[in-house]
Design a protein around this ligand. Structure first.
Ligand SMILES: Nc1ncnc2c1ncn2[C@@H]1O[C@H](COP(=O)(O)OP(=O)(O)O)[C@@H](O)[C@H]1O
Ligand SMILES: [Mg+2]
Length: 462
């Protein structure tokens, strides 16, 4: 009789979390090579709830009217923008994941928050990467009064668990540096990260402790084992921005207790991370209106609207294949819009290298930036600068038509507030912006060609 074999190991993709019973050179899910790592499979002996000691009660279905409201107790973090991104403060008993590149300021931000919370609450900062004296030195450097803050230098999750009792807030710096004894794989591997995160979740929910968990991002810009971690967390925040820039953006990508599109703007100073309230000039350059290739668009992120400048540089291709490079703008979007300008407006790009950049390290994902990308490309191609006080927004279709976008009135209002004099917008959005007609010049357009004409970039028949 054939012996039945119980699987003791599996292979997990370190980029996307895909699992396979045998090793594969290429992950079938995300397509990356050499990312499959062996993980030991632990045989489950009891349900997760039974293991964590939570008494199991049989859940019963109830009509909606019988269900009471749960009040979320929110605690201010001491940093306004951080509270905004969290949806109005820290929710007790929640699990918050903070991701970002190394050196962006994750430890700094959470040290400041911990020091603030430690004035009135019991806070434990678990530093698995740095020694306690390094954390103390950081507190001194930032001028934080943190006498009540508890520090722990520990990497074993079971030992951390023994110390968290009695604390209201716990910071884990970072999840990739801690390991659980239940698994034999190395700290930072997908299995370890997943196991540690779900263990922390059970502790958070059973003991009503709020956990802040720091996570490193992979070179592709996602959290290591992102899909594995995100569904466990209540809130997932990403710290973005160039290392050399002082300004950083904190973006909520998932939030069970607030909007998942909030963005916080921070400045890195000698005294640590500071909230930036006035961000109107942050993503604009001084050469705006003088140099060709720069266009401004009001971009909506979360509950705020910011004017962002897009810059394009076009140079003659030296070799056969023209290069296209984009920073902060989706590469595919850039290629599509170049094709639209070539085909619909007759602006040639086939012999030019195109470099495009969104100022201030911001990432522009929404469709409304299409028109500004076209304006920036056309301005650079024709070498004619766009007027400093003109902003552009709208979605561009493949036929060259301009489609309506969301929050048009909010965008126009932002332009008005920040001193712009003219806005080029989709014709279909005009109705919602009628109220601003007397305060700011509104130029409705239906085709990309009309926008180019309105900006005097090129006389066109379209
Ligand atoms: N001893 C120091 N003196 C001055 N600046 C520092 C010092 N240590 C760190 N920084 C600055 O603080 C930034 C954020 O560091 P940190 O919070 O440790 O980043 P992370 O935890 O995201 O890796 C660093 O990029 C660096 O510029
Ligand atoms: Mg750190």
């Amino acid at each position: 009789m054939a012996k039945t074999k119980t699987p003791t190991s599996q292979f997990v993709c370190s980029e996307c979390g895909y699992t396979a019973p045998k090793w594969l050179g290429k992950c079938p899910d995300c397509g990356n090579f050499n990312t499959m790592q062996e993980e030991l499979v632990r045989v489950e002996t009891a349900t997760p709830a039974a293991r964590s000691g939570v008494a199991q009660m049989k859940a019963r279905a109830l009509p909606l009217s019988k269900i009471g409201y749960e009040r979320f107790d929110r605690v201010p973090s001491g940093i306004d923008e951080f509270d905004t991104v969290l949806g109005g403060g820290i929710v007790r008993g929640s699990l918050v994941l903070l991701g970002g590149d190394p050196g962006i300021g994750k430890s700094t931000l959470l040290t400041q928050v911990s020091a603030h919370l430690a004035k009135t609450h019991k806070v434990l900062y678990v530093s698995a990467e740095e020694s306690c004296s390094q954390v103390k030195m950081r507190c001194d450097r930032l001028g934080l009064n943190s006498d009540n803050l508890f520090l722990l230098n520990e990497t074993c999750l079971e030992d951390i668990e023994a110390d968290v009792d009695g604390n209201e807030f716990v910071v884990i710096d970072s999840i990739q540096a801690v390991y659980t004894e239940a698994m034999s794989s190395a700290a930072g591997s997908v299995g370890q990260v997943r196991e540690c995160a779900s263990k922390l979740m059970r502790i958070a929910k059973s003991k009503n402790i709020t956990f802040f968990i720091i996570g490193h991002v992979t070179k592709e810009g996602a959290l290591a084992g992102p899909k594995v971690l995100e569904h466990i967390m209540d809130t997932v925040l990403y710290f973005e921005g160039h290392q050399e820039d002082n300004f950083k953006l904190l973006r909520a990508v998932k939030n069970r207790f607030g909007s998942a599109q909030e963005v916080g703007v921070f400045e890195m100073t000698d005294e640590g991370v500071k909230s930036v309230r006035d961000y109107s000039e942050l993503f604009l350059s001084e050469s705006r209106g003088v140099a060709a290739g720069s266009a401004v668009t009001p971009s909506e992120s979360g509950n705020r609207c910011m004017n962002v400048e897009i810059q394009t540089l076009i140079s003659k291709t030296a070799f056969g294949m023209p290069r296209r490079m984009s920073l902060g703008v989706d590469y595919n979007k850039l290629v599509v819009l170049i094709a639209v300008l070539e085909k619909r407006c007759g602006i040639p790009f086939f012999a030019s290298d195109v470099y495009i950049n969104a100022m201030g390290g911001i990432k522009l994902n929404e469709p409304s930036v299409d028109l500004a990308i076209c304006a920036s490309l056309a301005s650079s191609a024709t070498d004619i600068p766009i007027d400093k006080y003109t902003a552009v927004f709208g979605e561009v279709g493949l036929t060259g038509e301009i489609r309506a976008v969301t929050y048009a009135d909010k965008r126009v209002n932002e332009c008005l507030k920040t001193g712009f004099k003219r806005v080029i917008l989709p014709e279909k959005n005009m109705k919602s912006c009628e109220k601003y007609k007397n305060k700011i010049e509104l130029v409705p357009v239906r085709y990309v060609g009309q926008m180019l004409k309105a900006l005097s970039l090129r006389p066109t028949q379209n």
